[in-house]
Design a binder for this molecule. Structure first.
Ligand SMILES: [Zn+2]
Ligand SMILES: [Zn+2]
Length: 598
């Protein structure tokens, strides 16, 4: 499967030197005739190719190494150069190479200025494969007659674009995917494109097209922003309801983060179901008011699509572009750009404000790719706003150490406290099917039925879903015998969405699920039971907080119950309960809760 894909343009080229009165330069080129023409114009007169054609990743590393270690101005000493090249090759585990000093081929004509300008504009703020640049040109209904790789190479020579190997090497010679940033899942393959038997391919970002050692990425930071302030633009969002006091404060504080521009990063730490999207409108409005560009990134595409609808309704006169796998208009420009993390990988130094939602969401928990993508998508002086109910440990550590500005949103819109998990200990809690249902579990069921509510039961493994459903049906057959009262759902369940919809409608009262239901789902009148909650590998502190966060979201049933049923109290259970209580007491202290005011 890997080798069936062959990009049209595979970069193999030379490492070279040019020198003259103005000094010495190291470069790389797939077509040195172009470089010849370029450097002649700059007043360099001596040219020498140092290597045979090499895959881009290798040539790039050798070039960087020479640049770092080669000093002096006038003529190079080729003995020194050869030794340096061999040292660099050794870093990559390569034997001493053939060393030849060859003159450049004849100078070639430069690409026409109009075509250079067009490609420069298309590439602005992007990092793309050659094929993607072609797509972007086609989308803008423009074309060029000069080979695109030559235009891009000329821009690179002029310092107006970067050429980066898909998989390159760090200074230490360790391979690294330069698109997604990861260093581990790199495969060595015999490559049909560059002909080498040890080409490197990144497995991690394969769904975005192969990133390889011989495939160039082209990048260019965004041009200076348009300076005219869009004063006539309607930047205040038209929100559907009035913000709660907690939201209003966070909205204001987050807007000031942008207006003041002093902090580069900020964490909006929100309680589950507290409405952080509305709060995010504060910094978005502030940025737009200053004529700045905004990227709103989150890991899941369903969320991107839903956000597009909401943000368009808040700002009907602005353009909101949503990018996810299979979306159209990939290369367009808009006032607000929404993107999945994967799509954010195509931006380069483009946005003044990057909002990163659900920093910790499955399956990207603790994933460096997410940070790599947004870090690179923002301008050098751009800002990042992280938003989540459950920040990953690294971010928590920074927040606790006051190494990042934190804005808290501790209360839900309805102003009722978050349901605090009740820990139910049963030292003899049996696996499903072994013996009768635990007494405590029956109590949760009965309480739910008495309140005419619904119960979502989380279990720590996929196989347990069916086992628990069978157990419940066997032991409680008397429960609403006329129809199925309990069903199960997992991530790979064929009718996953139908089952969830039926549960949401209230067709049956009890759903057994894995952590697939952990976030992004709002069910009215819901109680939550985490069964075998001390299973720490699955039920981490953050997972437990997210699961507890499903309860009590609606104003009509704000007191949903949350139970953790387990043999013992795991540290994660204690920490989750502590965190939720902490939010409640913060909300109480700040006067955000309506309890007692009824
Ligand atoms: Zn990659
Ligand atoms: Zn290759």
């Amino acid at each position: 499967m890997l080798l069936s894909y062959a990009p049209r343009f595979c970069w193999r080229g030379f490492v070279y030197l040019v020198w003259g009165d103005r000094g010495l330069k190291v470069g790389l080129s797939h077509k040195p005739g172009l470089d010849h023409a370029f450097w002649l114009r700059k007043g360099y007169r001596h040219f020498a190719l140092l290597t045979p054609p090499l895959p881009l990743g290798t040539a790039f590393f050798l070039q960087e190494y020479l640049r770092r270690h080669l000093s002096g101005s006038a003529g190079p000493s080729f003995t020194v150069v050869r030794n340096l090249l061999n040292k660099a090759r050794a870093r990559l585990g390569l034997p001493p190479g053939p060393f030849t000093v060859t003159p450049f081929p004849e100078a070639l004509p430069a690409p026409p200025p109009l075509e250079l300008a067009l490609v420069r504009k298309i590439l602005s703020g992007r990092i793309l494969w050659l094929e993607e640049i072609e797509e972007a040109l086609a989308e803008s209904k423009m074309g060029v007659t000069t080979p695109l790789e030559d235009i891009l190479h000329w821009l690179y020579l002029a310092g107006q674009a970067e050429v980066i190997p898909g998989v390159g090497y760090g200074d230490d010679g360790e391979p690294r995917c330069r698109r997604c940033g990861q260093t581990t899942r790199l495969l060595t393959v015999a490559c049909a494109a560059c002909g080498s038997s040890d080409c490197l391919i990144c497995e991690k970002c394969l769904t975005m097209g192969q990133s390889r050692r011989c495939r160039p990425l082209y990048a260019r930071p965004a041009e200076e922003r348009r300076l005219e302030v869009k004063a006539l633009r309607q930047v205040e969002p038209r929100l559907k309801y009035e913000l709660s006091p907690a939201q209003r404060d966070a909205y204001q504080e987050a807007a000031e983060f942008v207006l003041k521009g002093r902090d580069k990063e900020c964490l909006l730490w929100a309680a589950c179901g507290a409405g952080k999207t509305e709060v995010a409108c504060g910094p978005i409005a502030a940025a737009l008011g200053l004529g700045k560009t905004v990227l709103y990134a989150c890991p899941r595409r369903e969320v991107v699509r839903e956000l597009q609808v909401r943000l368009r309704s808040f700002w009907p006169e602005l353009e909101v572009l949503a990018l996810y796998g299979g979306s159209t208009g990939k290369y367009g420009r808009a006032d607000i750009t929404l993107a999945t993390t994967h799509q954010a990988l195509r931006f380069y130094r483009r946005f003044d404000l990057v909002i990163l939602d659900e920093v910790d969401a499955f399956p990207l928990s603790e994933d460096p790719m997410l940070y790599y993508a947004v870090e690179r998508a923002r301008r050098e002086d751009g800002q990042i706003l992280f938003m989540t109910a459950t920040p990953p440990p690294a971010l928590v550590a920074r927040a606790k150490g006051r190494r990042i500005k934190v804005i808290y949103l501790p209360a839900r819109h309805h102003g009722r406290p978050l349901p605090e998990p009740e820990v139910l200990r049963d030292p003899f809690l049996a696996p499903p099917g072994a013996g009768p249902l635990p007494r405590l579990l029956i109590a949760c069921l009965e309480q739910t039925m008495a309140e005419r509510a619904r119960l979502l039961i989380f279990v720590p493994a996929v196989r347990l879903v069916d086992e628990v459903v069978t157990w419940l049906l066997r032991e409680r057959s008397g429960e609403e015998t006329c129809r199925v009262w309990v069903r199960g759902v997992t991530a790979s369940h064929p009718q996953r969405d139908e089952v969830i919809d039926a549960f949401r409608r209230g067709d049956f009262p009890v759903l057994v699920a894995t952590t697939v239901m952990e976030r992004g789902i709002t069910i009215p009148r819901l109680n939550v039971l985490v069964l075998y909650a001390d299973e720490e590998r699955v039920f981490t502190e953050n997972a437990l907080i997210q699961m507890a966060g499903r309860a009590g979201r609606a104003a009509s049933y704000p007191k949903g119950r949350v139970w953790f049923l387990a043999r013992r109290v795991s540290p994660a259970m204690a920490a989750a309960r502590y965190r939720i209580r902490e939010f409640n007491s913060m909300a109480r202290r700040r006067g955000y809760l309506v309890e007692g005011k009824e």
